[in-house]
Design a protein around this ligand. Structure first.
Ligand code: NAD
Length: 444
């Protein structure tokens, strides 16, 4: 199939590259000329495991990039819209979606064949029908349904595991205004044999994406609130509580050979310093705003966000328990990206934590295996960054783990050789508390 993907960010680039690898002819479109040139050179503009190799394999063959959106639409049968949908502080910001919808509509004026437009970006339920459809129809002078197809295909990939998630999805959700729009998307995913495909209308597809993210965010805030309560009561370790939960029949199953399988959703029941990233915070906020706009209180999801907003403060509180005056205290932040295996620092809990510590006069420095360049953008060029983990652990009063990078498993061994040892604060409860002499953490 010939397809165009508008927006060459995390979702657009990964989707475009993976679909090219599955045999489709893909044109990636972006307004950012640098990104376009990068892709055409076969260089990934973002760090994502496996992406560089896949891009090298397909660039210049089944994958190319351009800034010419209208030509890309005219030269293809189906267009995926994967531009950003940020939260502007009040509601979802549909500026990019609106702009692209008008441009696609204009391109359709001079296109003779049938074309399908599919929203891949995360948009609040109702957007495809009430925002995208009228813009496409007005700009093209054509009618959705008889003249062109309109669908909604939310993306569930997780940054850090984006290529693996896209290539082996747990489900594919496709919404559409009619069978023809749905069938076109089904053809796009023909190469994904055995993956369950959920066919529905566009608003339902939009809601499935929000329901998925809101569920995970709710579990995280639930666990964090209970972990904080356990720490306040005393004598309760959230890790033990979590072990007690995971063996519940709702979260695990026993195989015929007696082996117990823990449901992967249990990972969202581990307490930490809060959720971040480009999706969960903004998607839950957008859903709450949309509910309020429609006269609903949205009390539960509003509380999920409030718990999350205060959770980075728990790390600061733990540090203040040990150093009542943080002024001059040398603190190494281990992990700056919002999750491991990505350089993305958008909404990372590391940001409010570093700022709060700096405001208290602490001497903060950071270490992250891949997001040093992002950290410089966020904290400024003078922000001290360590070259490696060993350097970060040396000459500090406290080391604070904020991202579950696998290489941090080496921390107990590295600390064991040091005397005196710094305080270690586990903001993700990643390491065994008995493996480190001076250990503290969330929910302990
Ligand atoms: P991103 O910011 O990384 O990429 C968006 C891209 O769109 C940018 O490269 C930007 O230059 C480009 N763009 C903006 N306006 C354009 C225009 N008029 N024409 C062409 N290109 C334009 O965003 P992202 O993280 O890829 O997210 C895209 C969408 O996918 C969002 O709705 C997001 O919520 C959703 N989503 C993201 C993830 C994720 O993990 N990042 C996962 C699932 C869904």
């Amino acid at each position: 199939m010939k397809l165009s993907v508008i927006g060459t960010g995390y979702v657009g680039l990964v989707s475009g590259t993976c679909l090219a690898d599955k045999g489709h002819d893909v044109i990636c479109v972006d307004v950012d000329r640098e990104k376009v040139e990068c892709v055409n050179r076969g260089e990934s503009p973002i760090f994502e495991r496996g992406l560089q190799a896949l891009l090298e394999k397909n660039a210049g063959k089944r994958l190319r990039a351009t800034t010419d959106l209208e030509a890309a639409v005219r030269d293809t049968e189906l267009t995926l819209i994967a531009v950003g949908t940020p939260f502007d502080g009040v509601a979802i910001d549909l500026r990019f979606i609106e702009q692209v919808s008008r441009q696609i509509g204009t391109a359709l004026v001079t296109k003779s064949g049938y074309h399908v437009v599919v929203i891949k970006s995360t948009v609040v339920p109702g957007t495809t029908e009430t925002v995208v459809r009228p813009l496409l129809e007005a700009a093209s002078g054509r009618k959705a349904g008889p003249d062109f197809g309109l669908g909604m295909n939310p993306e569930f990939l997780t940054e850090g595991e984006a290529v693996g998630d896209f290539m082996a999805p747990d489900r594919i959700v496709i919404g559409g205004i009619d069978e023809r729009s749905l069938d076109a998307q089904a053809r796009l995913y023909e190469g994904f044999a055995g993956v369950p495909i959920v066919r529905c209308n566009n608003a339902t597809a939009e809601m499935i994406k929000y329901a998925s993210n809101a569920l995970l965010a709710t579990l995280i805030s639930f666990s964090n609130e209970l972990a904080n309560l356990g720490a306040a009561v005393g004598g309760i370790d959230t890790v033990d509580v979590s072990r007690g939960l995971e063996t519940s029949r709702y979260l695990s199953s026993v195989l015929p050979n007696g082996e117990r399988l823990i449901a992967p959703i249990h990972a969202f029941l581990l307490a930490g310093c809060g959720f971040g990233g480009s999706c969960l915070p903004k998607d839950v906020a957008a859903l709450v705003a949309e509910g309020r706009r429609r006269g609903l209180k949205m009390g539960l999801l509003d509380a999920v966000l409030r718990v999350n907003a205060t959770q980075p403060g728990e790390v600061v509180r733990i540090l203040e328990n040990h150093f009542p005056d943080l002024s001059g205290v040398r603190i190494s932040i281990l992990g700056l990206s919002f999750r491991p295996d990505t350089d993305d620092m958008r909404e990372s809990p590391a940001i409010p934590i570093v700022r709060a510590l700096q405001e208290r006069g602490a001497r903060v420095r950071g270490y992250d295996p891949v997001s040093a360049h992002e950290a410089r953008k966020v904290f400024g060029a003078e922000f001290p960054l360590c070259e490696n983990l060993a350097e970060a652990l040396h000459d500090c009063d406290a080391a604070v783990l904020l991202t579950r990078w696998r290489e941090f498993e080496a921390i107990p061994a590295l600390l064991a050789g040091m005397s005196p040892q710094p305080l270690f604060v586990d903001g993700r409860r990643m390491l065994d508390k008995t493996s480190i002499e001076r250990y503290d953490g969330i929910g302990l």
